[in-house]
Design a protein around this ligand. Structure first.
Ligand code: PLP
Length: 479
């Protein structure tokens, strides 16, 4: 493809994308296909000779689109939102065109510096203490974009582990590191995302999963008891991951109680605010972040709730040297003349290569303005309240979480089986898409406001579909 054809096809593709967005409602939200559908439709061997663009695009429509779960569909209420907006899409095109791999300052000066500045922007938008910002010249903090929240949590565990082993090694210089590793204990709540467990598994450290209170919030007293018990048994509590906005029900662990305990035990405190962190740009939510100054690190994903396409997970640390100490390897071929006075983001994460991801966040913030982003978040919260009220007005149903952001967890009064059947009928209809969660062993249905331009009519539509299938399931299904 030469630049002439690129221009032509590029215009066509932008047209296709805009049409897709404008007419998405005409498609089923979830596909009506079975696993393995695609291998019946496309060759299983790559073409030896070039294909025609038009044939390719025809296959996109006929073979790929029929296998899509449409995350931007107005009837998509599963998981959390998948950030998406025109400015973000355009920025990604630009980033792809630049094709730079900004693992060091020298390999991508603008890529590195924009990332630092934009992370400071987002940090300030969220009201983070100056300790987390690179612009605070007297501090050691700063932010970086990782691929995912899972990666943010993994690198936090790795940094905390390195610190803890260093501390133990100074106390017990004759002990093997492998033995010292066996003494480390990490903590999270039962409601924490499974990526904490995965991070601990990869890092080969023990993880104690604690019971939250009746509001699905991890409390200081529970953590303290567990840490004291473990310490008495010769273990070293070294890492705590708490969540602001849990995946199952958007509950919030008690940061104010937990922060001082982590400080007392000299444990690394990570705050996972993958979804809910975005709400901190609205001052009325900041009370949920009270105590954040005690955290060692935190993450939020603009690729969830800040209109920025995947991948874009913002991660801040209070002491970047504690992070880089755990992750630095320095071969000659990656060195450059400015490495003593610049940031090389390759030391801040697992991969070496990295995309120019800050571009899309920069585009989004500039094109919406912070006020535009606040308006978007507040509207999602308002709509979730409307949906919650619809559920509450119907005596057959119950709301199962405290609705403070865009997520409502509800269920039919009755057995888990009944609710499972209800959700499976709704999802099979292709009229709406939601996913379940388990809260205190109760099967609940999660309804998340996801679409950028979601409306009250969308809430009513969804509620009508749910009521229709609730009627059917109550008649047809008996435990
Ligand atoms: N943490 C929370 C609270 C989440 O809700 C999620 C995903 O929904 C994750 C972590 C994992 O996110 P990622 O896919 O970015 O690893």
């Amino acid at each position: 493809m030469d630049s002439k054809e690129f221009r032509e096809r590029g215009r066509e593709l932008i047209e296709y994308v805009a049409n897709y967005a404008e007419t998405i409602e005409k498609r089923r939200v979830t596909p009506n296909i079975e696993p393995g559908y695609l291998k019946e439709l496309i060759p299983l061997v790559a073409p030896e000779n070039p294909d025609q663009w038009d044939d390719l695009m025809k296959d996109v429509e006929d073979k790929i689109m029929i296998g899509m779960t449409h995350w931007q569909h107005p009837r998509f209420h599963a998981y959390f939102p998948s950030g998406n907006s025109y400015p973000s899409i355009l920025a990604d095109i630009l980033g792809d065109a630049l094709g730079c791999i900004g693992f060091s300052w020298a390999a991508g000066p603008a890529c590195t510096e924009l990332e630092t500045v934009v992370l400071d922007w987002v940090g300030q938008m969220m009201g983070l203490p100056m300790d987390f910002l690179a612009l605070n010249e007297s501090g050691k903090g700063g932010g970086v974009i990782q691929t995912s929240a899972s990666e943010c949590i993994l690198v936090s565990i790795l940094a905390a582990r390195a610190q803890a082993i260093k501390k133990l090694k100074s106390q017990y210089p004759d002990e093997e590191e492998g033995f010292l590793l066996s003494k480390l204990m990490a903590y999270c709540s039962k409601e924490a995302h499974s990526c904490v467990e995965k991070g601990a598994m990869i890092s080969f450290v023990k993880l104690r999963i604690l019971e939250p209170d009746d509001n699905f919030s991890l409390r200081g007293s529970t953590l303290r008891k567990a840490m004291e018990e473990d310490k008495k048994n010769g273990l070293l509590p070294f890492f705590v991951s708490l969540t602001v906005g849990t995946t199952s029900c958007c509950s919030v662990d008690n940061l104010q109680e937990i922060g001082p305990i982590c400080e007392e035990f000299d444990a690394w405190l990570h705050v996972d605010a993958a979804y809910a962190g975005a709400a901190m740009i609205c001052p009325e939510f900041r009370h949920l972040f009270q105590g954040i100054e005690k955290a060692s690190s935190l993450n939020t994903n603009p690729n969830k709730w800040m209109l920025t396409n995947f991948d874009c997970s913002c991660y801040w640390v209070k002491d970047r040297f504690k992070l880089t100490q755990a992750l630095t390897v320095d071969p000659l071929y990656l060195k450059h003349n400015f490495d003593q006075k610049s940031i090389d983001y390759r030391h801040w994460g697992v991969p070496l290569s990295r995309r120019f991801r800050s571009l899309k966040l920069w585009f989004v913030i500039r094109m919406y303005g912070v006020e535009g982003l606040r308006k978007y978040i507040r509207e999602h919260c308002r709509l979730a309240k409307i949906f919650e009220n619809l559920v509450r007005e119907d005596q057959r149903f119950q709301v199962m979480n405290k609705v403070q952001m865009g997520l409502v967890c509800f269920r039919l009064k009755g057995s888990n089986g009944l609710n499972q059947k209800l959700l499976s009928l709704i999802n099979a209809s292709g009229k709406l898409h939601m996913v379940p969660a388990s809260l205190n062993d109760k099967y609940v249905i999660r309804f998340c406001v996801c679409r950028e331009t979601a409306t009250e009519a969308d809430m009513e539509y969804a509620w009508n579909v749910i009521k229709e299938y609730a009627q059917d399931v109550s008649l047809l299904y008996k435990d």
